[in-house]
Design a protein around this ligand. Sequence first.
Ligand code: LER
Ligand code: MN
Length: 274
Amino acid sequence: MRSAITVSLVPQAKGGPFVFWDGLESACESASALGFDAIEIFPPAADAIDRPALHALLARHSLRVAAFGTGGGWVIHQWHLLHGDPAVRKSAREFIRQIIGLAAEFGAPAIIGSMQGRVDAGLPRAQALEWLGDALEDLGGHAERLGAPLLYEPLNRYETNLFNTLGDAAAFLDSLRTRNVKLLADLFHMNIEESSPADALRDAARHIGHVHFADSNRRAVGFGHTDIAPILAALRDIGYAGYLSGEILPLPDSHAAAAQTARAFQTLVSTAHA
Ligand code: LER
Ligand code: MN
C-alpha cells in the first residue's frame, strides 16, 4: 500500500476534509518532507491546473498524484449528476469528464464523491439510478479509453441517499456494463454506515480502488476511536495495493494532521509490511 495526503485548491471548500490549503508547491514540499508517496488534489476545475508545472513539481519531490477529486463542481457551482435540470446534469458530467482527462495525464483516477448528488423529493429513485448508471457508463468508458479507472465513492447518509455502504454500491456497479468504475472506501463514511468496516472491505474486495484514510471523527488515523488494525488486516488480506489517502480535517493544524497520518502509515502499514 502507498501513502497520500490531500490538498484543496478550492477556497470555497474551507472547513472540508482536506489537509493542505496553501497551493501545490507548499503541499508537495510538506508531503515529501513527511515521506508521502503521493498527493490527492481537489481542484476548482481541470483547466485550473498548470500541467507542465505540476509534472515538474512532482518530479522534483518524487511524488505522484493519487487521485483528483471532482467535488469542486458541487462546491463552486452546485452541479451534480442527478440535478432536476438536464443542463445542470450535463455541466456536471462535462466537469467530471475534463477532470478524468487531467487525471489520466498524471496516471491517476478521478473521484465521483459529492458530484453524484442525491435523490431529491419528486424524483423517482429508479429515474435517479438510471441517470447515475448512464453517467457512470459514459464516464467510466471515457476513463478506460484514457487508461485510468474511475472511482465512485459511497457517502454517509447525511451526504447522499443513493448508496451508503460498499455492499450496496458494489451491487449497483455489478449491474453496469462498464467494469472500469471502482469503489472508493472512505473509512470516515464507513465508520458511520458499515456494521463492520473490515467485513465490508472483504466482501467488496474486487471493487476496491482507493481508500480515504480517516479516523472516526474525520481526523488523522490515531486521533479518533476507529479500531484500525482489523481494517488494515482486511486490506492486506484482499491484496489491496492502492493508496491510503488522508482525506481528513486539518486538525489541530495541517502539519500535525499530515504528520500523524504519516506516522500512522509508517507504524501500521510500512513496518508491518516490510
Ligand atoms: C469526498 O471524498 C467525500 O468523502 C465527501 O464526504 C465530500 O466531503
Ligand atoms: Mn472521501
